[in-house]
Design a protein around this ligand. Structure first.
Ligand code: AQP
Length: 331
């Protein structure tokens, strides 16, 4: 039997190259050989303030981005989290198997709650819903960026606790990291590339060329004199080059760097050219999908019905093991 893969992405705006190189490249690669389920996790997105007027368009846009990046609905299930209500049902059960102390140690909650005026219980509970997303499908492989490792460790603890108390049902969850598990912000390479830090801290996969060039041109390189070790900003540019350029160009520039003859203008030009060369076909596919959002809606509808089938079947067994639900009262 093929191993099952699950991952979720939030519809919180445009996809950036951190999301792409950190997780989405693996979504695409894994669908070749695994049974893959990918979700646009709108219930996660509402843990912070959101505007309901714009959320449906953001969901549709993220779905189109994923399809443009290479998700193939014939091979993988692509659906919207809130279209499968079993996610929140299992999250409640898992809430009862998660300690308050464990949740309080989650670093993402600490970081994100500092950015919010109103800190919702949903934000605190975010990793429990994430564990439910994955385990509802009994998935064992989860392609994610490094920032999600702590959450996956919690998902493993929840699964073990459930299995220990109610019977072996859930598999061990394992993260799958890419070559770029933590891409950094071009404007502040000490921080992870991220949307919530602001526009200059990320490069969008579908962003216009001129603005991508500008962000790379103004990316922070060395602060102060060059030290023994490559600075985080230069290392980040080299990483983007490695991911998007041919290996000859990468080796040539790396050698020049080691020899101390590399001008950062040259490095930045090479990064911009290679990255844009790689993104152009994705952007072209995305423009085509924009003209036919009806077909994107159909992909999501079909995905939800396939996901629901698996979710309903697993939920039935989970309720039975827990002693809840109408079936538990049948003689
Ligand atoms: N900088 C990154 N490097 C590598 N992987 C990353 N991911 C996110 N940022 C990086 C991975 O992308 C997947 C989808 O993430 P998400 O939907 O949780 O998006 P996000 O974390 O909300 O994206 P942002 O822009 O980073 O959001 P904020 O601003 O809220 O922090 C995940 O697998 C994630 O690990």
């Amino acid at each position: 039997m093929k191993e099952r893969v699950f991952s979720g992405i939030q519809p919180t705006g445009e996809m950036h190259i951190g999301n792409y190189f950190g997780a989405v490249v693996n979504y695409v690669r894994l669908q070749e050989q695994h049974d893959c389920i990918y979700s646009i996790v709108d219930y996660h997105a509402i843990t912070v303030e959101h505007d309901p007027k714009f959320l449906p368009a953001k969901v549709l846009s993220m779905a189109a981005d994923l399809l443009a990046c290479g998700i193939d609905p014939k091979r993988a299930i692509l659906f919207v989290q809130s279209h499968v209500p079993e996610h929140t049902e299992l999250a409640w059960i898992f809430n009862c198997l998660t300690s308050f102390g464990d949740l309080g140690r989650m670093t993402q909650f600490k970081d994100k709650s500092e950015q919010q005026e109103f800190v919702s219980a949903g934000l605190f509970d975010y990793p429990v819903l994430q564990a439910a997303d994955i385990l509802l499908y009994r998935a064992s492989k989860v392609p994610v960026g490094e920032d999600q490792l702590q959450h996956l460790e919690l998902a493993r603890r929840i699964a073990r606790r459930f299995n220990g108390r109610f019977g072996e049902f859930f598999p061990e969850v394992e993260p799958i990291l890419s070559e770029a598990p933590r891409l950094m912000s071009p404007a502040d390479p000490g921080q992870k590339m991220s949307k919530s830090l602001g526009d200059k801290h990320y490069i969008g996969v579908m962003e216009p060329e001129a603005s991508i060039r500008e962000k790379i041109k103004t990316a922070v390189t060395d602060v102060g004199p060059r030290g023994e070790q490559m600075s985080p900003g230069v290392a980040n540019l080299f990483l983007i080059l490695k991911l998007s350029a041919d290996s000859k160009l990468y080796a040539e520039l790396e050698q020049a760097y080691q020899a101390g003859t590399l001008r950062y203008v040259r490095l930045k030009e090479a990064v911009a050219e290679s990255l844009l060369g790689m993104l152009r076909p994705l952007q072209a596919r995305r423009r085509e999908l924009e003209k036919d959002l009806g077909s994107v809606r159909l992909v999501l509808e079909d995905g939800a019905s396939r996901a629901r089938e698996i979710a309903q079947q697993n939920m039935k067994e989970i309720r039975r093991l827990m002693g809840v639900g109408p079936e538990s009262l049948k003689a």
